[in-house]
Ligand binder design. Structure first.
Ligand SMILES: *Cc1c(COP(=O)(O)O)cnc(C)c1O
Length: 361
């Protein structure tokens, strides 16, 4: 069995006790005054997490459902869309747009590198796009993209809607929907928000709401207008994952108690500790120093080590569960999640376990 504190995936992340208790509460009617209070409270307290004064909409779905919700409200089939991708999740966002019939133009940087504002400028000055897709934190490579600068570059050249995948950054790294001039940011409960999987959180601004207009072709469950109207009444369009809403409320209590700024600071410190500890034993973080993610570290193993084998030994002998590299990185890369319910002791456990198996041999 995995030691409780050794769950170091990039999601789902460990649950604090108070969150587990909240998730096991008895059901109540999702239209009752009591539950409306909870929905109001949760959607209100999520606003600073996304840097918005507008709406944060809780759709019962995984993160990918949230990405689809953003796409189907922003884009019509045939619309030109610019996808900025730095890895697996950037590619998935583009895939969702493609499935919805968008004409997707992809700008891919090599895995391990970051998206930079200069490349965007060039693309946008040449043609018009209805929307631009940007990944904030690329979980597959451990890269944090400079989204503020990218958004500024987009806004300077274009009126395209800016849709941000903030799934593995929200509640660990500042997300500033309004300050960035972005139109949507997608988060989830099972990463830095310390709750079980079950809700996709879609932060949306006025511009996207206007663009999506009345209930349209190609969307029903994810229709934005109806969800905004519901949330304003303290409810959701359809039956939500009630237990996850309770759990999220308990997690927000913990975040508010610590303070959002302090939560960001803790993530930055622990990520630093994790990277320097692993680098010392020859496991170099892949991302360049200025683009390293505060929530997930991807390291290349020293020659002679197989990632699947090491991963298995770490789990069996150290109760430490980390994530494997994706795709072409399967054999050589391991990824350590350090977001949400994580402290210094948990990172020391990661470093000691790797040191025992890698340096000690
Ligand atoms: C985890 C993750 C997703 C997808 O989440 P699901 O809940 O599995 O659908 C999307 N984007 C990023 C950046 C992620 O880290």
């Amino acid at each position: 069995m995995i030691a409780e504190r050794g769950l170091r995936l990039s999601g789902p992340t460990p649950l604090p006790d108070a969150v587990r208790r909240a998730a096991s509460r008895q059901m109540i009617s999702h239209r009752s005054p009591g539950f409306r209070e909870v929905v109001r409270d949760v959607t209100y307290r999520l606003k600073p997490v996304f840097g918005t004064g507008s709406w944060v909409l809780p759709f019962t779905a995984s993160g990918t459902g949230g990405l689809e919700a953003a796409i189907v409200n922003a884009v019509d089939p045939g619309d030109p869309v610019l996808s900025l991708s730095a890895g697996f999740f950037g590619e998935r966002f583009a895939e969702v747009a493609r499935h919805h019939g968008a004409a997707v133009h992809s700008l891919n940087v090599p895995w391990g590198e970051a998206l930079e504002p200069e490349m965007v400028r060039e693309q946008l000055s040449r043609r018009r796009f209805a929307a631009v897709l940007v990944t904030h934190n690329e979980t597959s490579t451990g890269v944090l993209n400079p989204v503020a600068e990218i958004c500024r570059a987009i806004r300077a050249e274009s009126d395209a809607l800016v849709l941000i995948d903030a799934v593995s950054s929200a509640a660990a790294v500042p997300v500033e929907l309004e300050r960035w001039g972005a139109d949507a940011a997608v988060g989830v409960t099972q990463k830095a928000l310390m709750a079980p999987p079950g809700l996709a959180l879609l932060a949306v601004g006025e511009r996207l709401l206007r663009r999506s207009g009345s209930p349209g072709r190609g969307r029903f469950y994810f229709d934005l207008g109806r969800m905004v109207a519901a949330v304003e009444e303290g409810t959701t369009t359809y039956t939500p994952a009630i237990s996850i809403v309770f759990a999220l409320q308990a997690a927000l209590d913990l975040i508010d108690e610590e303070g959002l700024e302090a939560v960001f600071g803790r993530h930055a410190c622990l990520a630093d500790l994790c990277r320097s500890g692993l680098a010392e034993i020859g496991c170099e973080p892949i991302a360049s120093p200025s683009r390293r993610s505060p929530t997930v570290t991807a390291v290349r193993l020293p020659r002679g080590h197989s990632a699947p084998e090491l991963r298995w030994v770490l789990e069996r002998d150290h109760g430490l569960l980390v994530a494997q590299g994706r795709g072409k990185w399967k054999e050589t890369v391991l990824r350590i999640g350090h977001m949400g319910y994580v402290d210094e002791e948990a990172i020391r456990h990661v470093i000691a376990s790797f040191a025992a198996e890698v340096a000690g041999g």
